[in-house]
Design a protein around this ligand. Sequence first.
Ligand code: HEM
Ligand SMILES: *[C@@H]1O[C@H](CO)[C@@H](O)[C@H](O)[C@H]1NC(C)=O
Ligand SMILES: *[C@@H]1O[C@H](CO)[C@@H](O)[C@H](O)[C@H]1NC(C)=O
Ligand SMILES: *[C@@H]1O[C@H](CO)[C@@H](O)[C@H](O)[C@H]1NC(C)=O
Ligand SMILES: *[C@@H]1O[C@H](CO)[C@@H](O)[C@H](O)[C@H]1NC(C)=O
Ligand SMILES: *[C@@H]1O[C@H](CO)[C@@H](O)[C@H](O)[C@H]1NC(C)=O
Ligand SMILES: *[C@@H]1O[C@H](CO)[C@@H](O)[C@H](O)[C@H]1NC(C)=O
Ligand SMILES: *[C@@H]1O[C@H](CO)[C@@H](O)[C@H](O)[C@H]1NC(C)=O
Length: 322
Amino acid sequence: MKLSTVIVFCFLVLQPFVYGQLDYKFYDSTCPNLTKIVRFGIWSAMANDTRIAASLIRLHFHDCISNECDGSVLLDESSSFESEKNAFPNRKSARGFEVIEQIKTNVEKACPKTVSCADILTMAAREAVFLSGGPYWALAMGRQDSLTANISAANTEIPSPFESLDDIIIKFTKNGFNLKDVVALSGAHTIGFVQCFAFKSRLFDFQGSGAPDPLLDSSLATTLQTQCPNQNESNTNLVPLDPVTISKFDNVYYKNLVNNSGILSSDQALMVDNRTATMVLNYSKNPFLFAIDFGASMVKLSTLGVITGQDGQIRNKCNLVN
Ligand code: HEM
Ligand SMILES: *[C@@H]1O[C@H](CO)[C@@H](O)[C@H](O)[C@H]1NC(C)=O
Ligand SMILES: *[C@@H]1O[C@H](CO)[C@@H](O)[C@H](O)[C@H]1NC(C)=O
Ligand SMILES: *[C@@H]1O[C@H](CO)[C@@H](O)[C@H](O)[C@H]1NC(C)=O
Ligand SMILES: *[C@@H]1O[C@H](CO)[C@@H](O)[C@H](O)[C@H]1NC(C)=O
Ligand SMILES: *[C@@H]1O[C@H](CO)[C@@H](O)[C@H](O)[C@H]1NC(C)=O
Ligand SMILES: *[C@@H]1O[C@H](CO)[C@@H](O)[C@H](O)[C@H]1NC(C)=O
Ligand SMILES: *[C@@H]1O[C@H](CO)[C@@H](O)[C@H](O)[C@H]1NC(C)=O
């Protein structure tokens, strides 16, 4: 039996745990083909651009960790609010908006004015993980879309690769996550890419030492130095977060951390704190454990402060309030 099949089974058994007013059968009668439409949208986007899976997982994370899972990250700038797209962690970095918009268009054709953009983004992240070879989990639906965005929430609540692990942990625990969630969710960095500026300070003159970060494997440091030359022009060059299995959603991210091959210092920091290091070691040896825990933490992520009932709206287009 495939690992993913086992996980589907496990989460189906756990289905009675409904969060807030979200419901596992929310769209069963009003949009029965929803999952198929979203899966096809992600599948065809990935056929054109494998990286889009990673970008959508990150977009969902940014939507939920700042200002809740309410599709606020998808809104364009308006006269009444600044777009979260322009927040520092998202500007020239967040991607996948067109894919969500295309799926939304297809969903509107099948079931008009029924499915929120927040729910589509949540499902998109799940399908992206699954289609990259990762686990699958059951999702409760019924999120509403926000009427506004909050750029300062996006600037202050999304973790930065330049802050300490302790500060990152605070951003997670504030949202009800525990250390295990932090370590498991960080495993999303098993796919996708990062721009050189986010870790370049590790490569050349780390903290004035004249040498690379001692926590970075020296042969990897040499490779990264050629990918990210010591000039400002290389700041936007892209490097894979998991150079070993670039677009496969597996536990190799943790194996990399164990041998000092984490790209971001915030990734490698998980091996420095012995509370998180034991979990990293566990996941590095046990892909099944990682798959289960990642799915459970994603379910938690996808239920952060969701708007249900009449408090939000079902947007007609994901980038605009109706
Ligand atoms: C723990 C704190 C985290 C920090 C400091 C962090 C930081 C970053 C940074 C700096 C990038 C590269 C962005 C760029 O260069 O444009 C990135 C990419 C990414 N992050 Fe995180 N991240 C964190 C947690 C997460 C979580 C919890 C998830 C999802 C569950 C996630 C998913 C991703 C993915 C998939 C990418 C690749 C995106 C792409 O290729 O487009 N990250 N992250
Ligand atoms: C294919 O992917 C590229 C790179 O992300 C993107 O610019 C382009 O719009 C995509 N094309 C289609 C048809 O989705
Ligand atoms: C669902 O998709 C099937 C084809 O895959 C189609 O025959 C059916 O009409 C669709 N149902 C709805 C409610 O859109
Ligand atoms: C926006 O987010 C900031 C930072 O989290 C918060 O202090 C502020 O109250 C939020 N604004 C609104 C209108 O929710
Ligand atoms: C490179 O970037 C740094 C930091 O933004 C800046 O201080 C410096 O002037 C830039 N150097 C050049 C040559 O543009
Ligand atoms: C680190 O671990 C990965 C995955 O097991 C392996 O492919 C890679 O060669 C290792 N790197 C070093 C420097 O040992
Ligand atoms: C973890 O590290 C702290 C401080 O370095 C040390 O006091 C503690 O004994 C360590 N705990 C374990 C379980 O290794
Ligand atoms: C590894 O995970 C298993 C299963 O959750 C757990 O029982 C065990 O305590 C973990 N070990 C460490 C060192 O975290």
